[in-house]
Write a new protein. Structure first.
Length: 231
C-alpha cells in the first residue's frame, strides 16, 4: 500500500494533507524520515507520525466491482485474483464474503472479519443476492413460477429455495436468490432448459453495488452498510 494512502486511512485525512505531513518531515518509516508518498508500506513496517505509531484499527470492509477473469481465491495458477486489485496493507489477511465465478462480474464484499462474513455466507442466515442475467434463449414466462416454487438442480437432493425472477427483456432478467449453491444461477437456468451467457451481481442483502465504481475499483463500506448484516 502507498504510504500516503496508509496515512490517509489511519489518520482520516486527505492524500493532499498526508503529502504535507511527509513534506514537513513528520513521518518516519522504520526509524527513517520519509518524504515520498508513493513508498510502499507493508504490515511489518513501523510507521510513526510525530513519534506516534500508526496502525490500522479494527476490521476492514470493502465492496469491489469485480471484473470478468478474476477469481475470488488468494492463489490461482491460471487467473489473477481479486486481491491484486486491492491497494491495502496485508491483503492476504482478507477474504471474500460470497464468492463469484471467474466469468461473473459485479459486487464482491471483502473483509478480515470472519464473524461478519459468516452472517453473509452461512446457510443459517438468509441473505438475499440479486443478479442481472442474460441468457442464450428467450426466458419462458413459466420460469417465473418455476423459480418461485424451487427447481431441482442436477446432483442436489432438495429443491432450491424460492427465488424471485423479474423478466426484463426476451433474454434478460433479474433474479433474487437466498442461498449460495455452487454455480447456482447457471444451474437453475440449465434446469429449465436455458443457458446463462452473462451474470452480474448487483446486490447482497441491502448493500447495492456503487454505480460510481468502474470494474476493478473498490471502496470502503459505510458504517450503515457494515451494520446492515448484523441486524
Amino acid at each position: 500500500m502507498r504510504l500516503d494512502k496508509f496515512l490517509s486511512t489511519t489518520l482520516g485525512i486527505t492524500r493532499k494533507e498526508a503529502g504535507k505531513l511527509l513534506k514537513n518531515k513528520q513521518i518516519e518509516v522504520n526509524g527513517e524520515i520519509v518524504k515520498n508518498g508513493s513508498q510502499k508500506v507493508t504490515d511489518d513496517c513501523d510507521v510513526e507520525f510525530n513519534g506516534r505509531t500508526l496502525r490500522f484499527e479494527g476490521p476492514r470492509y470493502f465492496m469491489l466491482n469485480k471484473p470478468s477473469g478474476f477469481v475470488c481465491s488468494h492463489v490461482d495458477d491460471f487467473n489473477p485474483t481479486v486481491f491484486v486489485l486491492l491497494d491495502v496493507v496485508s491483503p492476504e489477511k482478507m477474504h471474500v464474503a460470497g464468492r463469484l465465478d471467474g466469468d461473473t462480474t459485479g459486487l464482491v464484499l471483502l473483509t478480515d472479519d470472519g464473524q461478519w462474513s459468516h452472517r453473509i455466507t452461512s446457510p443459517r442466515h438468509v441473505c438475499e443476492k440479486v443478479y442481472y442475467v442474460e441468457t442464450a434463449d428467450p426466458i419462458a414466462p413459466e420460469t417465473v413460477e418455476q423459480f418461485a416454487e424451487g427447481v431441482q438442480l442436477r446432483g442436489e437432493k432438495d429443491l432450491t429455495r424460492p427465488a424471485k425472477l423479474e423478466i426484463l427483456d426476451e433474454k434478460a432478467a433479474l433474479i433474487t436468490i437466498s442461498e449460495g449453491k455452487y454455480h447456482q444461477v447457471k444451474r437453475m437456468f440449465a434446469a429449465v432448459g436455458n443457458k446463462v451467457e452473462a451474470l452480474h451481481r448487483e446486490q447482497i442483502g441491502s448493500v447495492e453495488l456503487d454505480e460510481d465504481l468502474e470494474p476493478g475499483e473498490y471502496r470502503a463500506l459505510t458504517s450503515e452498510e457494515v451494520a446492515s448484516f448484523t441486524k
